[in-house]
Design a protein around this ligand. Structure first.
Ligand code: SAM
Length: 163
């Protein structure tokens, strides 16, 4: 994988399940694409990975290295694509409903202010029996309102953590 993509990795765990062959993936909050580029190594050339993020700077890094990863994996055609969107507005991307085998997310759901608006449309994009895997920051108690209102703590992936 390209060094710049690795340097811009801000995830907090492993999101890859087993049995990935030819799977269609969606990565919510893909950042600079570390997981988007890790997955095609496991899915084979028929698999496909779509990354969604709202930050141009992250997406710029991801897109810059698309050809590098296609060549590194020896694929005739890149099997990843990136879209700019807030994950609370996934439906606006008009991705095909029930088209993904697996949705992953690495340290992003905590940053979403409305988790329901992330999870409901994500569910609609999954095939029957599809799965959602997310690695995130969790809290073992309800986050106090005063912390939830603190923008710095929220941005540090702390006070938006799910209970
Ligand atoms: C902690 S980083 C994790 C990035 C990536 N998953 C990784 O493992 O490197 C959080 C990412 O989520 C994105 N993000 C935060 N809130 C978002 C939202 N509501 N919609 C889309 N992307 C969001 C940020 O732009 C950032 O790239």
């Amino acid at each position: 994988m390209h060094d710049e993509v690795l340097m811009c990795y801000y995830g907090c765990g492993l999101i890859a399940p087993e049995a990935l062959k030819s799977a269609q993936f969606l990565d919510l909050g893909c950042g600079a694409g570390r997981d988007v580029y890790a997955l095609p190594q496991m899915v084979d050339e028929q698999g496909f990975v779509v990354g969604v993020d709202m930050t141009d700077e992250q997406l710029d890094v991801a897109r810059t290295h698309q050809d590098h990863h296609r060549d590194a994996y020896g694929y005739a055609k890149s099997n990843v694509e990136f879209h700019k969107e807030s994950i609370e507005f996934l439906a606006d991307l008009q991705l095909d409903l029930t088209s993904f085998d697996i949705i992953v997310s690495n340290c992003v759901v905590n940053l979403a202010t409305d988790k329901r608006e992330v999870l409901r449309p994500a569910f609609n994009l999954l095939k029957l029996g599809g799965q959602l895997y997310f690695s995130d920051v969790y809290a073992d108690r309800r986050v106090p309102a005063v912390m939830a209102r603190d923008h710095v703590l929220y941005g540090e992936c702390l006070s938006g953590a799910l209970y």
